[in-house]
Design a protein around this ligand. Structure first.
Ligand code: PAF
Length: 299
């Protein structure tokens, strides 16, 4: 596995791969890798000739009171894991290489609408910071395919929209969330949980599964959301949101929508956990009285 931290060296290497007809997949990460990331790498290896993984803890996507400083940086361990997975190139640019004029003066990519709801409502500027760095990584590497986890469902839609709006020549693929045996979605932030909090954390996925069942039983979105919030509170989590949305664009779900996603974010100790569940109602009839009844806690 090659280790590169300069943009010019990255370009040289990728240009030679492209000239020899190799297809390239990019897996952007912030490091502290877990089985979810490694699944993305395996998928990258399956679908292209060369796999590039980036590790960059992006200051632009963290708010002033968030965990940029304490975000786990485990480069040596990550390097070994990626090597064992057969990664071809690990790109670890320093902040100065990504933001040579400083992160504050960086030109930004804003995806309006999608970026200001749900996680974007609680984390102002997060999605602009994320979209900016992903756009830069796409321009640095010019991969054929880029692969992201569906655990960050809103992030995936923001990236897809950015690619479409800016006509970026990259195919964005999402990969199913990898879960612990008790259902907790794998996340670098799970490491912030104390043993007692870790034991309570699967409540998030349980609440999502319950919500999926309730939607399939015909309950309306607002009621499903109210019950989800209650379940999280009972389990000792502090919900930020629990929301039933249209899967294609995250607009509040109406009774006519068949492809839904239930998304939630909740605090447990110092950790902010997110998760989501896709719910298909395609095999269910649209109620005759279908109203355009939105969800209660749309934000
Ligand atoms: O999902 C992440 O780890 C980050 O948001 C990403 C896509 C690597 C951009 O910094």
């Amino acid at each position: 596995m090659m280790l590169i931290d300069a943009v010019s060296s990255l370009r040289r290497c990728l240009t030679s791969w492209r000239r020899s007809g190799r297809s390239i997949a990019l897996v952007p990460t912030m490091g502290n890798l877990h089985a979810g990331h490694l699944a993305l790498v395996r998928e990258a290896r399956r679908v292209t000739d060369r796999t590039l993984v980036s590790i960059f803890v992006n200051p632009l996507q963290f708010g002033p009171n968030e965990d940029f400083g304490s975000y786990p940086r485990t480069l040596e361990r990550d390097r070994k894991l990626l090597e064992a997975e057969g990664t071809d190139l690990l790109f670890t640019p320093p902040v100065q290489a990504v933001y040579p004029h400083g992160s504050q003066d960086q030109t930004r990519v804003e995806v309006p609408g999608l970026s200001n709801i749900l996680c974007g409502a609680s984390r102002p500027g997060h999605f602009a910071g994320m979209a900016t760095v992903v756009c830069k990584l796409f321009n640095m590497a010019q991969p054929d395919i880029a692969i992201f986890g569906e655990k960050d469902y809103q992030q995936l839609l923001v990236i897809r929209r950015m690619v479409e709006d800016l006509c970026l020549p990259v195919e964005v693929r999402g990969l199913a969330t990898v879960r612990e045996p008790d259902g907790l979605a794998m996340s670098s932030r799970n490491g912030y949980l104390s043993p007692a909090e870790r034991a309570r954390a699967p409540a998030l996925y349980r609440a999502l599964c319950q919500a999926g069942e309730r939607l399939r039983e015909g309950l309306i979105a607002g009621e499903v959301e109210r019950m989800g919030i209650e379940e999280l509170l009972v389990e000792g989590l502090r919900p930020d949101y629990f929301s039933v949305r249209r899967a294609s664009d995250l607009q509040p779900a109406t009774t006519e929508d068949r492809d839904l996603v239930v998304l939630t974010a909740a605090y447990l100790g110092t950790a902010r956990l997110i998760d989501n569940l896709r719910v298909s109602l395609r095999d269910m009839a649209i109620p005759a009285t279908a109203a355009t009844e939105g969800s209660e806690n749309a934000n």
